[in-house]
Design a protein around this ligand. Structure first.
Ligand code: COA
Length: 309
């Protein structure tokens, strides 16, 4: 009954599947597939010093951690550790060991400010506080029943606006990179992100195995992408929004709704049964959009921060 912590073994398919399963049990509002987990491990920029950790008890994966430096933030010295123990395997010491291993790694890489998402339940919050973390911003997970719920009807296109798919930009995704970079920098968050390197974006984001280029919808104005919604799918029944954004010059004209509605209608037609998304609790425009679609809040998580002395 000894719990040990070690790195995920990327060449061991069963190990990666066990990681995905443990994550799914702890956090079912996010799509966890072996391919997505391996992609993050193998293709996150080397400066992130990314690691996936496993807590194992008697050969069983009971907890997981993803740990990285926020290398793409303009503020140096920030790192994040996201730790989830299987809900049916808590109170065995896995969380404590994962926190210790993750903090040691981040501190050795020079991080002084550590961020962790914590599901908003009393035990989890008490655990974070005992480890020296204080609560910061919060975010909701939201779910839409695509199979049984109704979607708003498809809207008419405003004059000068066309709808395309990300796949239409496969030959030259740079305009999509520019839109993603502009809108990501405006997303409310504890850690400011700046997407500056196109090649890194191609490798980390555009080539992510969960990204569905056909179901990712883009509203185009004067030939340039003005708004988009990025669709992740498990290629079976579950759909999740990775990002929705509208260029600053085009906000408040209904373009985010237009792009996301197009994507959700096509996802439903393709057989997807449920859709997930996540929003900062202060992101009023995005929460308003998601309420309009019928999404319902299914869980809340709270960012916790620890400053290393
Ligand atoms: C959030 C964002 C995508 C909205 O894009 P947009 O094209 O302006 O959105 P739309 O015009 O389609 O719809 C906006 C809705 O929010 C509502 N809204 C705007 N500001 C609001 C506020 N402060 N409080 C409540 N509702 C608000 C609008 O009234 C509109 O709803 P309506 O059509 O019922 O009037 C855009 O602001 C953005 O790119 N933000 C930065 C990136 C980001 O945060 N993305 C979300 C990540 S989860």
């Amino acid at each position: 009954m000894t719990v040990i912590v070690r790195d995920l073994r990327p060449d061991d398919r069963a190990d990666v599947e066990a990681f995905a399963h443990a994550r799914h049990l702890a956090l079912p509002y996010i799509l966890w597939t072996p391919e997505g987990i391996l992609h993050n491990l193998n293709h996150t920029h080397p400066d992130a010093r990314y690691r996936s950790l496993v807590a194992e008890e008697d050969g069983e994966t009971i907890g997981t951690a993803q740990v990285r430096l926020a290398y793409d933030s303009p503020e140096p010295g920030q790192g994040d550790l996201n730790i989830y123990v299987r809900p049916d395997r808590t109170h065995r010491g896995a969380g404590r060991l994962l926190v210790r291993a993750a903090e040691e790694h981040l501190a050795a890489c020079g991080a002084t400010k550590l961020f962790a998402w914590v599901l908003d339940e009393p035990d989890n919050r008490a655990f974070a506080e005992r480890h020296g973390y204080r609560a910061s911003r919060s975010a909701h997970f939201l779910r839409l029943d695509l199979a049984n719920g109704g979607l708003p009807p498809l809207q008419d296109l405003p004059p000068g606006v066309e709808l395309r798919r990300a796949a239409d930009f496969a030959d030259d995704p740079r305009p999509m990179f520019e839109l993603d970079a502009e809108t990501t920098s405006d997303e409310p968050s504890d850690i400011d992100a700046e997407l500056t390197d196109y090649d890194t974006w191609i490798e980390e984001t555009w080539q992510h195995p969960l990204l569905d280029l056909d179901l990712t919808s883009v509203a185009v104005v004067d030939g340039r992408p003005a708004a988009f919604t990025a669709a992740y799918t498990d290629r079976a029944t579950r759909y999740a929004t990775a990002m929705t954004g509208t260029a600053r010059a085009h906000r408040g004209r209904g373009l985010a709704k237009l792009a996301k509605n197009d994507s959700l209608h096509r996802a439903r037609a393709a057989g997807y049964k449920e859709a997930f998304t996540g929003n900062d609790t202060d992101n009023e425009p995005m929460l308003a959009i998601n309420r309009w679609f019928g999404y319902e809040i299914c869980a809340t998580e709270v960012r916790h921060v620890r400053e290393l002395g």
